[in-house]
Design a protein around this ligand. Structure first.
Ligand SMILES: Cc1ncc(COP(=O)(O)O)c(C=O)c1O
Length: 482
């Protein structure tokens, strides 16, 4: 997605209207300054000058930066060099993509103030922006009412969801699939809750029959469904899980940290659409703007569908909320201090790229789905590789063909290294033999786990770069052994 795109038209939010400076980007007489073009740092300087005019006492340090700071920043740049090129289309390893420019700039701008969204006093404007951005996320899932906020990551957001779940039904267990993110088990340990792991089907989705048996045996508590598992991008069967909730009364939390934004894609397959549509009926969910929402790290969102749960957060902190009696997101969070800059970055990004089905943001996600489908089709048509079922989102898992499971694992590691030597970054995933048997009946499973290759095609550019990705993979395959 190009950073030069112009904003889609969208109504001005009430908060923005209320707090709008006289004319953003205008000088003291209200004359709009010319658009500074596409010099990124000029955008920041311009906005910073406006902020400095509006906020008394917000000035640059009296002394200009000295040679020491210059040297340190040069050193920082040199240190940062030692990493993978996450923004490059040949980086197709983990689910990492660069934040949008407007997010980086808005966060940097807010850093001059460094607001703390733990209370209105710490960040009134950024708290309001958080509420607006979070309401837009809730609307994306068809929620008319919600209680929600941003937090530092999917792990903390899910932990908080389970903490609230336990407060609504004390002592219940946590029930999640074998492919759920590992932190659900850890969160259950922290909360001292029983954890039950439910088997998955051949696609890595929660096995509804296994869940039904567990519930029928008397297990109660919270079912965690994952929409977009980390390893496979698998979608748990939410409509069927909701049907079970009619019979067995449980709380339903959805971990959509990685997959949630795909609900915006216009032309999803009917089954996928039905799964995302079911999100309107769950009790809580987590979506991570720092995964598919173009945000810098430190930005997850927890949503509870029932605002009347707010009193569960009640805590004594008379010093935090005394000066401003209006409700503030920081009163309904597990964490205390939270970055206001994160909220500002998300707000700015959603201003530029509204969360509308079929809008520009969703088209970029559709490109990722297209890239994954195209890579999978290539692999499927090539005798050298073993594949699974078609990807459900934008993660593709496959392996070099071999007779023994242990040979497949070795070949996957070798191919990963050879691809890396040619600039193509992939990742590895260990999958249980039980999940792979149905896909690869001809393989002899001499190990309980098999290491496979995994590609997260999370950047829209991956679709355009597919030829190049494939050519690099092919060259890596053909390379003589070192
Ligand atoms: C499905 C899912 N849930 C939770 C998490 C944890 O999120 P975070 O790394 O932001 O703590 C991840 C991370 O990849 C994930 O994929």
């Amino acid at each position: 997605m190009s950073s030069h795109q112009r904003s889609e038209s969208r109504p001005e939010t009430p908060g923005a209207r209320a707090r709008r400076p006289p004319t953003p980007g205008a000088d003291e007489r209200g004359t709009r300054r010319p658009h500074p073009g596409c010099d990124e740092l000029q955008l920041l300087r311009d906005a910073q000058a406006t902020l400095a005019r509006l906020v008394p006492g917000l000035t640059e340090p009296a002394a200009p930066p000295g040679p020491e700071e210059h040297e340190i920043l040069q050193e920082v740049a040199a240190r940062l060099f030692d990493c993978a090129p996450y923004a490059h289309p040949l980086y197709a390893g983990q689910m990492m993509k660069p934040p949008h420019r407007v997010a980086r700039l808005a966060a940097a701008l807010a850093m001059w103030l460094n607001p703390n969204n733990h209370s209105a006093e710490g960040g009134r404007a950024s708290g309001l922006m958080e509420q607006e951005a979070v309401a837009e996320l809730a609307a994306m899932f068809g929620w008319e009412a919600h209680l929600g906020h941003l937090c530092s990551g999917g792990t903390v957001a899910n932990l908080e969801a389970l903490w609230i779940a336990d407060r609504t039904r004390p002592g219940g267990a946590v029930i999640a699939s074998e492919q759920a993110h590992y932190t659900h088990r850890r969160a259950s340990e922290l909360l001292k809750l029983d954890f039950h792991s439910v088997a998955v089907d051949r696609r890595g989705c929660m096995d509804v029959s296994a869940l039904r048996r567990l519930l029928a045996s008397g297990c109660q508590g919270t079912v965690v469904a994952t929409l977009g598992s980390t390893a496979l991008g698998a979608l748990d069967p939410l409509p069927e899980i909701l049907a079970l909730r009619e019979r067995y009364d449980f709380r339903l939390h959805v971990d959509a940290a990685y997959g949630g934004y795909f609900s915006l894609v216009a032309d999803l397959a009917p089954r996928t659409r039905a799964i995302f549509a079911a999100l309107a009926q769950v009790d809580s969910l987590v979506v991570d703007p720092h995964k598919h929402g173009l945000q810098p790290y430190g930005c997850s969102c927890l949503l509870l569908r029932d605002p009347s749960l707010a009193p569960l957060y009640r805590h004594p902190a008379p010093y935090a909320h005394a000066t401003d009696p209006a409700p503030h997101p920081g009163e309904f969070t597990l964490e205390c201090s939270r970055s206001g800059a994160t909220a500002v970055a998300l707000w700015a990004t959603q201003r530029l790229l509204p969360l509308t089905r079929g809008g520009r943001f969703s088209l970029a996600l559709a490109e990722s789905l297209r890239a994954a489908g195209a890579l999978d089709a290539r692999l499927r048509a090539d005798e050298r590789f073993l594949t699974l079922d078609e990807p459900q989102l934008d993660i593709v898992v496959w392996a070099p063909r071999a007779t023994l499971a242990s040979e497949i694992s070795t070949a996957s590691r070798t191919l990963l290294q050879r691809a890396l030597a040619r600039g193509l970054h992939l990742s590895l995933v260990d999958l249980p033999a039980g999940l792979l048997r149905a896909h690869w009946p001809q393989v002899e499973f001499d190990a309980r786990h098999v290491t496979c290759l995994r590609s997260c095609l999370v950047k829209p550019e991956h679709a355009r770069w597919l030829e190049r990705i494939w050519a690099t993979l092919d060259a890596a395959w053909r390379a003589p052994l070192a």
